[in-house]
Design a protein around this ligand. Sequence first.
Ligand SMILES: [Zn+2]
Length: 366
Amino acid sequence: MPDLPHALRESARRGRWTPRRLARLAAALPKVETHLHLDGALSPRTVRRLAEATPGSPLAGLSVEEIRRRVVVDQPRASLAAVLDAFQAFYPLLRAAPAVELAAYELLRDCARQNILHAEVRFAPALQRTGDFTLEDVLDAALRGLARGAADFGVSSGVIICLLRPFAVVDRQANEDMAALAVRFAGRGVVGLDVADAGPGDQRLSDYAGWLGRGRRAGLGLTAHAGESPRGGEIEDALEIGVDRIGHGIILRERPDLLQELIRRGTVVEVNPTSNLRTGAVSSYREHPVRAWRDAGLTATLSTDDPGVFGIDLSHEYEALSREAKFTAEELLELAWNGIWALFLPEARRRALAGRFERGAAAALD
Ligand SMILES: [Zn+2]
């Protein structure tokens, strides 16, 4: 990964950075999303539109404010499982083509407002399919919404398909079908494969190695939710599989040996601070290990995970790290820069985004 351009680094070091000026930089800085779930990204406004269009939805007829109160997880919950519960309100809204297309389209509109240049959008079509709405229909609808969003809002994107665990919640066949779909659409909108949690229960990441390997051979980037909660062996499994990126990785704070291995390999960690707070994985932004990881030389990117569920946006995450974890202007730039070079995109496209980042960051530093 190339270094942050020297001129930007110098410019970020100059002048006095008050909290207010850092907050303005967080908003104005060109950014990318590397870890963003479509179903977790629905704003209350989008939820309202989807609920009105979904026969029998318990959310139909509610105001945006009522929906916000009902669906946004704005306080820490006891566990990851308790946060996953919050998603149950969303899946029924995403089981028709117009709904999925609208959700994807409005997501890019929300991204544009935060100066996001490119968003990698992830979801698991198996959670949305019905008898006559197939996995491929789900993906097609999302790709249509993303294409329209790119044209209207200037935000490019790529899809990461989430395989799901445990098999007790989403069975092997569904995972097999999603992996095959991702491979079929490699280079045609799908850029990567992930393994995410659909509910409580243990399932080794190594059980997904075969599907991830197929994805790799088809040219897809690989990432996996690992070490988000204290479940043993996940980072080891992810390293064994050879993923490019790891989502969360919180348990690395107790495993300096694994942290060093990630640094040695250049494996990227997708950091989602507010998500980690709300699932109870960390107790405050200040306690978040991203500060220590960055200082140790790990390549971290910053993302929102589920901005709709948590009632946040990406600018908020940058601002929170500057305010609470004392990230400097220069370090905020580094996070955004890392994100661009971690994207599952051909080198030429990353380079083009880096060029846009340089121009936008220079203006934001002024
Ligand atoms: Zn996630």
